[in-house]
Design a protein around this ligand. Structure first.
Ligand SMILES: [Zn+2]
Ligand SMILES: [Zn+2]
Length: 263
């Protein structure tokens, strides 16, 4: 597995070798500009990485979006938001997101995906794993299914970022297998360039399950970012058509306004 071998490579880094590398090829934090003295994250210093806002309780137990924090009320239970109570997603039982698509986490995802920097996979995978261990206790899945790329985009990028993120999560869900029978059967435009109904039209009918391995299975669909949810909803529609009994979705980041920035 790439994540574990990278981690192993980091653990085995000789401190003198790292010092030499830092002298010859100094690396600086993309956030604050300080000198990077470890290789745990090759873009951000530990402070900038840790300060990038995570999604904490309470969050919506359907769409995963955080509720406004209420200070001093003891244990924070999750509950559905008004949107999900009024109009629950017909195909996805619940969405999980570990962080906001913002700050260091957002920048790292963009480097991973668009600059093809696979070296930033370990901190992103750790973010997913930490969230799953903290918040998804008791959740059982039979299959982890990455949101697929159309074959021409996969060829251009060289890897599917959702598949790379799904692989390390198998350590948290030992009963699950990686399943790639969900395919993108026609090219789509990047959802980030569209809005409203154009997003729905863009992905409508774009996915299909190509065999029956997911029949009766509990599926966790994996993506890097969930914005308005049309892509994962359309994937889930195809998965349900393919016989999946339950579909949840999980992403490193949700693109939603952060309550921390409201003031
Ligand atoms: Zn920094
Ligand atoms: Zn909700």
């Amino acid at each position: 597995m790439i994540a574990s071998s990278l981690r192993k490579a980091f653990e085995q880094t000789d401190p003198w070798g790292l010092l030499l590398k830092n002298l010859l090829l100094p690396m600086y934090c993309y956030g604050c500009g300080c000198r990077l003295l470890t290789e745990e994250h090759v873009l951000f210093c530990p402070d900038c990485w840790e300060n990038s806002p995570r999604i904490d309780r309470p969050f919506c137990e359907r769409c995963g979006k955080p509720h406004q924090r209420i200070v001093g009320l003891g244990a924070l239970s999750n509950y559905p938001c008004a949107d999900c109570r009024d109009k629950p997603n017909p195909y996805i039982r619940r969405i999980w997101g570990a962080a906001y698509y913002d700050d260091a986490v957002g920048a790292t995802i963009r480097h991973f995906k668009f600059q093809k920097k696979k070296i930033v996979l370990p901190p992103l995978a750790d973010l997913l794993i930490d969230f799953a261990v903290r918040e998804m206790d008791g959740e059982q899945y039979d299959a982890l299914v990455p949101v697929p790329l159309y074959h021409t985009r996969l060829r251009d990028r060289g890897f599917n970022q959702a598949l790379k993120l799904a692989e390390p999560l198998l350590t948290v869900f030992p009963d699950a297998v990686l399943d790639e029978s969900l395919r993108r059967i026609r090219p789509t435009n990047p959802q980030s360039r569209l809005s409203g109904n154009d997003r729905v039209r863009n992905v409508r009918g774009a996915f299909a399950v190509v065999n029956d391995t997911l029949a009766g299975k509990r599926v966790l669909l994996i993506d890097d970012v969930i914005t308005s949810g049309e892509t994962v909803t359309e994937c889930a529609r195809a998965l349900k058509r393919g016989g999946a009994s339950v579909v949840d979705a999980m992403a490193v980041a949700l693109a939603c306004p952060s309550p921390y920035f409201d003031a």
